[in-house]
Every structure is written in C-alpha cells, then in structure tokens.
Design a binder for this molecule. Structure first.
Ligand SMILES: Cc1cc2nc3c(=O)[nH]c(=O)nc-3n(C[C@H](O)[C@H](O)[C@H](O)COP(=O)(O)OP(=O)(O)OC[C@H]3O[C@@H](n4cnc5c(N)ncnc54)[C@H](O)[C@@H]3O)c2cc1C
Length: 376
C-alpha cells in the first residue's frame, strides 16, 4: 500500500475539507438537534457511514427544551397522538443510549396538574374513567408534601402517570463530543448552493459524496429551498431557569406553565414555556420574561431568583404531523423534521421507522410522509 493511500484512509473530515479530497458516505445529515442526533445514532448503529453538519447555534429547540414526555395534554385532557405506540419506543431508545454510553438522561416523573375549576375537575374525572386513559390518569390525587406552603391553593390537583423527563440538552452535548471524537461532525452552516444533486447521490462542495442527504434542521428547515412547499407554522418559546429556595419539588407542576425540576437538590427549576406564532427575531424578550414571572407569581407563594432566560423556535407544522420522506423529484434529498412541541416523545419512534424505511425498504407511514403536500 503506498503512503499516499494510507494518508487518504486516515484523513478526517476537516482534512478532507481542507484538501478537497472526496469522502464517500451513505448519508449526510444536516442538523444535530434531537432529530439529527437520534437518526444519526440509529443509522450508525445499523452500520451506515454518515457525517453531520451543524451550525452549532447557542439556542435551538433541543438545547433549551425541558424534555417532558406528557401522555395527556390540553385543557380537554386528551391523549397525545399515537402515544401508546410512541412511549415504549422512546423509553427503550433513551434507556439503550444510557446503557451503551453510561450517561443519565431519562427519568420517569409524575406530573401534578393543577385543576382550577369544578368544570375542569369534571372533565378530568370523565377522562380518568375511560379504560384507554387509566394508564395515564392517576385515580388518586398527587402527594403534595413537597409543595405544601410554597404554592397558592388551587381547586384540586390531579396526577398524570407515565410521564418522563429527558435531559435533551445533555444528550445533544454528549453526542456532539461523541461525533467530534469520531470526526464526523462538521461545524458550519450548510450552504444549499454548494450541493450538487447527481442521479443516485449528492455531492457537497468538493469533499463529501453520499447516497442521500437528510435535512434535520428544525425551525431552520423553513428556509430550505428544496422543501419550500412544506407548511411550517413556527412557534417561538421562551423559558426561565429559576432557583426557589428550600423547595425540593419532586414532580413537574403544571398549570398554564410547567415548573420542571432540573436539580431539585440545588432548588433549580425550568419554567415555561411561552408560545408566539408572530415574532421578528429568535431571541429572549423582556415582555415574555415578565409574562412568565407574572404567571409564576400566581403559583408560588415563596420568592424565586431568575438564573437564566432563553428562547428558541419550535419546528411546528400546520397539520401537526412530522415532515418525513424523500423529495418527490429528487429522492436523494430527504427530510426528517416538523416535530413541533413534542420532539422528545415523537423523534425516537420516527427515527427508528425512517431508519427501517431507508435501510429495509419498509413503507413510510402515510401520516408523516411529505408526499401529502405534493399533488399527484
Ligand atoms: C422553549 C421550548 C420548550 C420545549 N419543551 C419541550 C418539551 O418539554 N418536550 C418536548 O417533547 N418538546 C419540547 N420542545 C420542542 C422540542 O424542543 C423540539 O420538538 C425538538 O427539539 C426539535 O428537534 P430538531 O432536531 O427537529 O430541531 P432543533 O433542535 O432546532 O435542531 C436543529 C439543528 O439544526 C441546525 N441547523 C438548522 N439549519 C442548519 C443549516 N442550514 N446548517 C447547519 N445546521 C443547521 C441547528 O443549529 C440545530 O442544531 C420545546 C421547544 C422549546 C423551544
């Protein structure tokens, strides 16, 4: 083997870029949020050669999310879409990652839902009586010992079962290091003009060639010229991280906002989030901060200290179903996006399904297939 060939084999991604030497891959993944990360993880586990490209912004949906998995939501307490299918897969994928990499990212946690009126209580009791809801709606009220004297009185409280909390920011940061150690993560903003679409593959600049490119850009996907027909309905969210002295809350408290324990021993909580469908920039604003503080004051009777204020844009979609699939005219281009407000519970299931579609010719579920937006 000549010296130059050995050199080619050991070139890492940055060297390939520097010397413009082509790297042959199975998939290029654009975006290392929760969607790109879990899809990359499952494709690599199945033996695929991939590279990720991510602009490494400070605040993205995955980097600020509370990571709550809540099986019943809304004022009318309805089961989340296909939750019975999604929850077991999410739990198994997150726990599998915990075991393989020896990290702690997933925990089961109860949600204590504040019930404000008799009407709400009746709605809850009605739902809790349905057999299909019994796994998720606790028959007993929650144990409120840790909240006593620290929150204002409410009409009643209800327990949401089978909820979970995933430390999404830690998961993203762990995989960022893991991908970097394996030299498969390129830190840059993807330039659409530099993508060449060939018959059965794509080439990016002079140095990456792959069978497909998969766009997992979250809210950034709304500007992707290859998928410009897809109806995003972006939703900006802001949150606070606060300290509540001597308040070791052991559950998520949910009223209009959620108070989520980040480190209850340190009295550290995530509080949010707001929703805004009309916004001019992605950054935190004083108005939304004040809204959260006002709402907190209607819940807490004790003082709290604001430690951080963050904002990001959720990749929400008009018909509330993910955008998954291959471009109808250029099947070397794929998208895996549109996980909206529920990425933590949806992404593991759909990443596993899309992996089967890509590698084992499984039929893509029509509910999420982007072909629903293209006329036949
Ligand atoms: C305040 C807030 C709270 C939330 N709380 C929850 C919760 O409790 N539970 C829940 O399930 N969901 C929650 N969500 C929603 C959840 O965060 C999203 O569903 C999920 O993170 C979406 O992941 P994603 O990978 O699709 O997008 P993102 O996290 O936005 O990741 C996209 C990535 O692509 C990169 N990128 C984009 N364009 C380009 C480009 N052109 N070139 C290179 N890189 C690019 C970005 O930098 C980013 O890293 C919350 C969202 C917000 C904003």
């Amino acid at each position: 083997m000549s010296g130059s060939v050995i050199h080619f084999l050991i070139l890492n991604i940055n060297e390939s870029k520097k010397y413009n030497i082509l790297k042959q891959l199975d998939y290029i993944i654009v975006g290392q949020g929760l969607a790109g990360t879990l899809l990359a993880y499952l494709l690599m586990k199945a033996g695929q050669k991939i590279i990720l490209i991510d602009s490494d912004l400070d605040m993205t949906a995955s980097k600020v999310a509370a990571g709550i998995i809540n099986p019943v939501t809304g004022r009318r307490i309805v089961k989340s879409w296909r939750v019975d299918e999604f929850l077991p897969i999410a739990k198994s994928i997150y726990q599998n990652i915990e075991q393989i990499f020896n990290i702690s990212i997933y925990k089961n946690i109860e949600i204590c839902k504040a019930i404000r009126t008799v009407e709400e209580e009746n709605e809850w009791l009605l739902r809790a009586g349905y057999p299909a809801y019994q796994a998720y709606c606790g028959q007993e009220p929650p144990d409120m010992r840790h909240f006593e004297t620290k929150i204002h009185p409410f009409h009643a409280f209800a327990t949401i079962l089978q909820a979970a909390q995933v430390d999404v920011p830690q998961l993203i940061s762990f995989f960022k290091s893991h991908f970097n150690q394996n030299n498969i993560l390129l830190k840059e903003s993807f330039d659409y003009d530099d993508l060449e679409i060939l018959e059965n593959e794509v080439q990016y600049r002079g140095f990456l060639k792959a069978k497909k490119i998969i766009f997992c850009e979250g809210a950034g996907g709304a500007k992707n010229p290859f998928f410009e027909h897809l109806p995003f309905n972006l939703d900006k969210g802001e949150l606070l991280k606060i300290k509540i002295p001597n308040a070791p809350f052991d559950k998520i408290f949910k009223n209009h906002l959620s108070i989520v324990p980040l480190d209850a021993a340190q009295n550290l909580y995530w509080v949010g989030a707001t929703n805004e469908w009309k916004f001019t920039h992605p950054y935190p604003t004083d108005i939304q901060k004040q809204l959260i503080i006002n709402e907190l004051n209607t819940i807490l009777t004790v003082p709290f200290e604001v430690i951080a204020h963050q904002a990001a844009i959720r990749p929400t979609v008009k018909d509330r179903r993910p955008f998954i699939g291959l471009h109808p005219n250029f099947p070397v281009l794929a998208i895996f996006n549109g996980f909206g407000t529920k990425g933590t519970s949806l992404i593991p299931f759909w990443a596993a399904h899309f992996t089967d579609v890509l590698l084992h010719q499984q039929k893509l579920d029509s509910e999420v297939n982007i072909h629903r937006f293209y006329s036949k």
